[in-house]
Design a binder for this molecule. Structure first.
Ligand SMILES: CC(C)(COP(=O)(O)OP(=O)(O)OC[C@H]1O[C@@H](n2cnc3c(N)ncnc32)[C@H](O)[C@@H]1OP(=O)(O)O)[C@@H](O)C(=O)NCCC(=O)NCCS
Length: 136
């Protein structure tokens, strides 16, 4: 099946939720608050999707970059029904292609996803996190 990887200019809250709700990330994103998800999408300056031939979204990478040095990928998610087909790697490859050679890509990995990032050749890097106090 052909899968199209492309930059999204206006990813909908519905498409974001369609992916994230079908991953383990569902419990760690404010899917019950669509207005907050809309803010998250509006504040992300690089979003790449994977869609099948009929346009159904299968996965996404949601990132923020200064466009000159660094890019932070906040969400990398592939629907459980589509995992294991190279989509996660291809989403990050598309991000790298769009960002170009000047910009590094950082992801604070879930522990269970760390073997995936190592498998696709990313270097381990220690992350530190100051948590939010409002997660609704
Ligand atoms: C992590 C995730 C994005 C990977 O996407 P995916 O499309 O299933 O991964 P791919 O098919 O591109 O995998 C690429 C390679 O990594 C391997 N791989 C994938 N997940 C792996 C894992 N958890 N552990 C070890 N290897 C893994 C694949 O077998 C594949 O290897 P191959 O090239 O030898 O076939 C996806 O599983 C996901 O959405 N998980 C839930 C949300 C999540 O944890 N996101 C990351 C938050 S940090």
């Amino acid at each position: 099946m052909t899968i199209v990887y492309a930059r999204e200019q206006n990813l909908s809250v519905e498409d974001y939720a369609a992916v994230v709700s079908e991953t383990t990330m569902r419990t760690n994103r404010p899917l019950a608050n669509p207005a907050r998800v809309a803010e998250m999408l509006a504040g992300s300056n690089l979003i790449v999707s994977a869609r099948d031939a009929d346009g159904t979204i299968l996965g996404l990478a949601r990132c923020m970059s200064d466009t000159a040095w660094i890019c932070y990928c906040s969400d990398l998610a592939v629907k459980e029904s589509a995992q294991g087909r190279g989509i996660g790697k291809a989403l990050l490859d598309k991000c790298t292609e769009l960002l170009g050679p000047r910009i590094g890509l950082v992801i604070a990995a879930y522990p269970e996803a760390a073997p995936f990032y190592e498998k696709i050749g990313m270097e381990p890097a220690q992350a530190f996190y100051r948590g939010r106090t409002d997660d609704k």
